[in-house]
Design a binder for this molecule. Sequence first.
Ligand code: ATP
Length: 235
Amino acid sequence: MLQIDQLDIYYGMIHALKEVSLEVHEGEIVSLIGANGAGKSTLLKTISGLIKPKKGDIQYLGSSIAGKPAQGIVKVGISHVPEGRRVFANMSVEENLELGAYLRKDREGIRQDFKKVYDLFPRLFERKKQLSGTLSGGEQQMLAIGRAIMAKPKLLLLDEPSMGLAPIIVKSIFEIIEEINKEGTTILLVEQNANIALSVANRAYVLETGHVVLSGAAQEVRESELVKEAYLGGH
Ligand code: ATP
């Protein structure tokens, strides 16, 4: 579904991604783990058209999307939930969700997806008229994911959904991520929390200072010495 080939990204003198190649197959959850500053967010931003690659290619469903504008990338079915959630604080839950569907014209489909999001996240239904800035961190994360689903993505890019949330909330958000995947959405997930990211993934990649240093089935990656020592605290 998604094939990234030899991608290089620079911020001025900083070489943030170095010949990164990665694949996501339809139906999978693929996790990308790595420390702070490894380049994980940069990779998602490049896929979703926020950063233009200097070198390398990104193929999606058989055509190149490298360097396409972000709006065009949403239109072909890729939604990005950025790090730090970024909901529109002065707008209600419902208005934030509506914005997720702003490129769509299929009224009936949008109505069904509102129902889908409210079924996945009953909390959002209870708070649909509430200003988003007054939601808890976990609820804002749910809203950010819900808003991305309103664009009807085939591929969902999630940047650190666990960030700053209590373990019990993280657990419930990851259960919903698995449910979204079971209902047919392919997922590329970026996480510093390697433990939970590897527990839901089919396959995983480890990124260190812009390089892919390891990849494979999630279970193999979890059992590697590198990951056990550097990312799972020796377990
Ligand atoms: P984090 O979890 O902290 O977001 P990350 O793995 O997602 O880490 P990136 O945010 O992709 O890492 O950053 C990769 C490298 O690029 C880092 O060295 C970072 O300092 C640098 N970088 C990221 N964004 C910019 C920017 N806008 N301008 C300059 N350098 C940047």
